[in-house]
Design a protein around this ligand. Sequence first.
Ligand SMILES: *Cc1c(COP(=O)(O)O)cnc(C)c1O
Length: 422
Amino acid sequence: MDHFLYKNGALHAEDVPLAEIAAAVGTPFYVYSTATLLRHFKLFDDALNWADDHLVCFAMKSASNQAILKLLGDAGAGMDVVSGGEYARARAAGIPGDRIVFSGVGKTRDEMRQALNGGIRQFNVESEPEMRVLSEIATSLDVIAPITIRVNPDVDAKTNEKIATGRKGDKFGIPISRAREVYAMAASLPGLKVIGIDVHIGSQLTDLEPFRAAYEKVANLTKMLREEGHEITRLDLGGGLGIPYARSNLAPPLPSDYGKLIQETVGHLGCEIEIEPGRLVSGNAGMLVAQTIYIKEGEDRKFLIIDAAMNDLIRPAMYGAHHDIVPIIEPTPGMELATYDIVGPICESGDTFAKHRELPAIKEGELVGFRSAGAYGAVMSSEYNTRPLIPEVLVQGDQFAVIRPRPTFDDIINRDTIPEWL
Ligand SMILES: *Cc1c(COP(=O)(O)O)cnc(C)c1O
């Protein structure tokens, strides 16, 4: 459920008409609903209520505006960060270090130093070389780095090839079959304190079974490692729960069922539970709003040419992803329908958001909205074609604020420097 609904014939974000935001900030823009963000965070938090100790760490790579981080942080969320930039951003948004977990296969020495100096809840270590380097850095700073080790459970998440991360050929984590020796090595290295196990099998999972398979393996591993003398007190179970991108699709599993599954598979171990949801928290909490520039009659089809492009929302071009696209003026029953290819202005055929999409007939100048654009939308945008990054807007009730302004052409151009010898 989200808070983007038609009221009085116009699509609103909570109590604000999207057309009003468009008039104030121009198009295209991203808009997020505070109520939806908080609702989704709470669903996860409540789903883990059975665990005495738990922390929902928002995977901020899905939506990293500081206003969103602060909102979730104030509600009690931790953050899952994957770079020094994200760490700095989370801290700038007021998230304490002891609520930040650091994931990723390629953490650099600088990033390790930054997080150890600034404060960190744990590193999710993904390889033996990384573990040795972290040991060395922590020792040189005379601190102890708390770690979990990310295991690769060899489970197929049955999702898009590009976002499956838990099969044995994927670059993530250590093979679960080698966990015994890797944990023994971790225990022998100075500067490290092993506290738990981490797993994350992929993104946009629409079935709970792969999670069950992975978490059962984690439960068995916990017992085995405890027998070996390791103190396993924390399980980080990753993110990955999917969202319904097409309204017509069956609904993916609910956070409450996911929480029950966690309780069933690892609840008896008495561990602190962490999860790292990104997409399900932010995805349906955001929309991209664009304006129709032209309606072009092609040879065998109509093109709806809009002012947003693949640089603003790359998911359709990159993953073949579907987004529901809706008019901002509420369609009325019996309204004329038309079928469009919905495209941006960039000179690449990949700059296509949807093909053969049936919509209520749209007029030039009319606004359209892309649903479910809050995750992996703004964060993956670029300035390709020297198109300025589009603004982000946060709505709460009947108020809205620009949380990232649109840069001017000068802002962009002035970042280049021409060498004096030219
Ligand atoms: C991307 C990622 C997540 C979040 O995945 P979602 O599908 O957005 O929930 C969580 N943990 C790790 C390690 C990730 O790489």
